[in-house]
Design a protein around this ligand. Structure first.
Ligand SMILES: [Zn+2]
Ligand SMILES: [Zn+2]
Length: 189
């Protein structure tokens, strides 16, 4: 079990992923079009068919030591999934579900200073297939583990420890920006 430092691309935001082990979260690669679009939207770079690498855990495992105020929120589907980015350098850092009571947070693993503690990639989602559909690997791990961790966080009250939401109102810490249709035109959504 390790406390792993992370930072945004420019280093103005610094934090810690607490108690990271391969089994206390889910290290995955996601190939969905929204993840690809989010990287393109925030960095101008297209990951194409390489997908993005995430570590899914609960929000109480994430804390900030510096620059927390730089967190900004955007979403392509505000009723479902929120994406948190750094206002300083623009990079996307986290995703959460739209409601804090279902405690899930995923960190973009490129921001971790050391990936050893989270182990190798254990599952993949939305893997493109030749026929144009997609499939998931280790589906039980992907959804079972995430739901189980969220349930435990709910029952123990740990869901209230989150840097992403105001628990009093249930709303995200900043207003959610929804990219305009003009901005979406160049994105693979
Ligand atoms: Zn995705
Ligand atoms: Zn930054």
């Amino acid at each position: 079990m390790a406390d792993v430092p992370f930072s945004c691309q420019c280093g103005e935001m610094k934090g810690t992923l607490h108690g990271a082990t391969p089994s206390s979260g889910n290290h995955l690669r996601c190939y969905c079009s929204a993840c690809r679009a989010a990287v393109l939207y925030t960095t101008g770079k297209d990951v194409e068919d390489r997908g993005v690498e995430l570590y899914q855990t609960t929000p109480d495992k994430i804390s900030f030591q510096q620059g927390q105020n730089n967190l900004e929120v955007f979403s392509f589907t505000p009723e479902r999934l929120l994406r948190f980015r750094a206002s300083c350098c623009g990079v996307q850092m986290f995703t959460t579900l739209a409601k804090p009571k279902i405690a899930m947070a995923a960190i973009m693993t490129d921001l971790l200073h050391d990936k050893t503690a989270i182990g190798p990639i254990a599952s993949q989602s939305f893997i493109p297939q030749a026929d144009g559909t997609s499939k998931h690997s280790s589906i039980l791990r992907l959804f079972g583990g995430t739901i189980w961790r969220a349930l435990v966080a709910r029952v123990t009250g740990r869901w209230k420890q989150t840097p992403f939401f105001d628990i009093e109102t249930g709303k995200p810490i900043k207003a959610v920006y929804v990219p305009t249709s003009e901005e979406r035109k160049s994105l693979p959504l």
